[in-house]
Design a protein around this ligand. Sequence first.
Ligand code: C2O
Ligand code: CU
Length: 464
Amino acid sequence: MISRRKLLKSTGIGAAVLAAPAFFEQAWANDGFLEITAGPSKKKLYREDAAASDLWLYNGTTPGPEIRVIAGERVKIRLINNLEEPTSIHWHGIRIANDMDGVSGLTQDPVQPGETFEYDFVVPDAGTYWYHAHNKSWNQVARGLYGPLIVDERSPVFDRDHDLTVVVDDWRLRNDGQLDLASLGHLMDWSHGGRFGNWLTVNGISRPEFTLNKGEAYRLRLINAANARIFEIDPQQFGAKVLAYDGQPLSAPEIPAYAPLLLAPAQRMDLLVTPERDFALEEMSGDDPYPFAYFKVKEGSDPKTGIGKLAPNPIPQPDLSKAKSYKIDMTGGAMGRMVETVYKGKVLSGEDFPRTGQLWAFNGVANLAEDPFFSIERRENVILEVVNNTAFLHAMHVHGHHFRIIEREGATIDDGQPWRDTFVIGPDQSVKIAFVADNPGKWLFHCHMLEHAAAGMNTWFEVV
Ligand code: C2O
Ligand code: CU
C-alpha cells in the first residue's frame, strides 16, 4: 500500500500556466446537446522526459470539459462511449430526476461500447458540482473519467476572471509516467484506505501557477476527484474564507473555526480569497505540507469589495420532530470487526471474500441488495444514523439529496450546519444526518472512497 504521506516530490514548480479546464462552449451540437465522448487518450501527467500516460478521458481532456450552466437551466448531454467497457455518467450533487442520475445497474443500464445515451435534466441549484463515471468507478474514475460541472448563480456574483475551478486528483503513476494499472483492483487497497495515488495534479497539471490580482476577490472552487485521498487544507494560511461546501453556500463567508479542513473524495469547497501576497494551496496530511498549486499575486487595478453574498438554494429543511430514523452499522475492512455478511442474497464465507472482493458491509449486507435499505414516501423527513465500526475514515455520499449533519458522537450540532452531499466519518464515530426525501426514485448511499464502495460500502433507498 502506498501511504497517503508518500507523494512523489516534483522536481520543480510547474510551468507558469493558466490551469483552467477546457470549457464546453464549442461542443454544443446542433440539436442542443453537448457531446461528451468517453474514450482512451494520451496525456502527459508526469515529468517532461516521461512518456504520456494512457488514460480514459472525456473529450480527450483531463479533467473533462467544464460544463457551465445557469441555475434553473435544462442541460442536454449526449454521452458517446468509445471505451472498451460499459459506462455511464453521474452528475454528482445535482438534485436531479432519478432516471438521469447515471448509476449503472440502478437508474439506467450501462451504456455499451459504441453506444450513446442522452442525459436531459434541469439543474435546480447554483454551485460547484462535478460529473464522473458511475460504472466500475474505482477503475474508470482512477483512469480519468470525471470533470467539473459549475452551475452559475442567476445573477453572477463573480465574473469569469475571478471564478476559478480547481480540480484536484492524485494519480498512481509508475516511474515511466504510465498509470499503474496493475494495482487497480488490488484487495490490499480495497480492504484498507482505498487506492492512493503518488502524483497530484490540479486541472490535469502538476503544480500549476495561477496569477491573481492583489486585493481583488476570487472564488476558488476546489473539487476533490481522487478515488480515496482526503486532502487537508488550511484556508487561514492565506486569509481565505469558506463560501460554500458541496455546492451549497454558507449564510455568510466564514473563517473556519478549526483547521486544516478536510476535503474528502467528491467533496467541494468554495473559498473566497482576496490575496495580498503569493501563496500556495498545500496538502497537509503528510509529514510536511505539500504545495500543489501556486498563486502569484500581481498589482491589481480593480479592488472589489462587498463580494461574497451567495443566495441559498431552495433545499427543504428537515423537520426532525416528524422524521423517520434509520441506522447503518458500517463494518469490515482490515483490522475491523466483521459480521455475517450477505452478498447478492448469500452469506459469504472464507474464500468468498477475496473471490467476490466484498470486504465491507452496511448492516451485514455488502453492496446492493434486491430490496432497498429503506423505502419512504415522498416528502417524509429522514434521519440517518451512521455508525462507523471500522478502523478507517469514510466519505459518505447520498445521491439526489443534500442533508445536514445534526449530531456527531451523540452531541447535537446547532442548526447552522452547512448542507452537504458527502460527509466524513472517522473510525468509531457516529454521525446523524437529516434530509427531506423529496426526490422520487432509487438513490444510492455509499462511501465515495471508490474502492470501499466497490468492496461493499454501497446501499440504496427508495422514495416513492
Ligand atoms: Cu460521486 Cu455515487 O457518486
Ligand atoms: Cu470508505
